[in-house]
Design a protein around this ligand. Structure first.
Ligand code: T46
Length: 140
């Protein structure tokens, strides 16, 4: 989907296990100002339901799995994350909903900015009405 991308990181695997390095500006298309992680999510809980005005993020399922529903006023797609060597980049102006967290899963998020509630749009109608692009990607 527009303004989102699956990123595959390097994997160093041998008989002692696996290691995945993640470098800002190399594997991640922004400087990382904040990390947070989501865990202990009960079954059947959905999270998210918002978009961001300026924030860039990469979501990495460190263990377990989670599904992400991505929406714009014109597109919708679901991405299943279950590999610790794959991350989902989500740019600004994309609505996201997270669901299907497996028991014991941990979702790591790398973010381009410090936490700022003013950057969130948490109402789907406001999101749709203020979406800055037309269907063919031109600025409104
Ligand atoms: C996103 C998805 C993938 C903070 O105090 N600092 C933080 O850095 C964050 C991210 C959250 N919070 C507080 C705000 C709320 O009181 O933690 C509480 C839960 O946040 P929220 O309901 O926004 O969590 P999610 O899982 O719905 O969304 C989070 C991120 O907020 C959001 O940016 O894209 O994960």
């Amino acid at each position: 989907m527009h303004n989102t991308q699956l990123i595959r990181f390097k994997r160093h695997t041998d008989e002692y296990g696996s290691l995945t390095p993640v470098e800002a500006g190399v594997d991640i298309p922004f400087d990382i100002k904040r990390i947070y992680y989501i865990y202990d999510v009960p079954p059947d809980v959905m999270r998210g339901f918002h978009s961001h005005k300026n924030l860039h993020q990469v979501l990495i399922p460190l263990n377990g799995a989670v599904s992400i529903r991505l929406k714009t006023p014109f597109e919708e797609t679901d991405v299943h994350l279950d590999k610790p060597y794959e991350g989902l980049y989500i740019g600004p102006n994309i609505w996201r909903e997270m669901y299907g967290f497996t028991p014991g899963s941990t979702l790591l998020v790398l973010a381009s900015e410090y936490y700022d509630e003013a950057d969130y749009i948490r109402c789907l109608n406001v999101y749709k009405n203020t979406y800055p692009f037309t269907q063919n990607g031109d600025i409104k």
